[in-house]
Design a protein around this ligand. Sequence first.
Ligand code: RB5
Length: 153
Amino acid sequence: MIILKIAIGNDHTALEMKNQIKEYLSEQGYEIVDFGTNTPEPCDYPVYGERVAKAVAGGEAELGVLICGTGVGISLAANKVKGIRAAVCSEPYSAKLSRQHNDTNILAFGARVVGIELAKMIVDQWLSAEFEGGRHIRRVDMITEIERKQTCS
Ligand code: RB5
């Protein structure tokens, strides 16, 4: 899969890191759609998690990157959107495996947890990995089935 368009979002704790990651990815030729926040005023991370998740679920972007203080809150919000598999990754290995095995479509991390160079390595590994399919398809489908059952009940 050739990824062209990446949705990105953050809360106030991650504004500087978001801008650095945006620049880093733009330099590599990715088209970045920025869903904010773009001011340093304290804001609520679920707003941005939902915006990016809806963009990915709706096909406006192929993948998403979310950054808050820890990556936890913003990924929890994103995972409430149907079709989203968001994972918080604080190191490159989990980021890579989250694509290969779990077919994640959103990567989250924390601006208070990782430094910018580690964040770049995490993003690099995530973007260069591909879903392996095979035995992992059934497991990812099982996750989707949980979601489907919740929607129907
Ligand atoms: C904001 O203080 C902080 O709670 C938020 O950035 C994030 O870490 C939540 O999970």
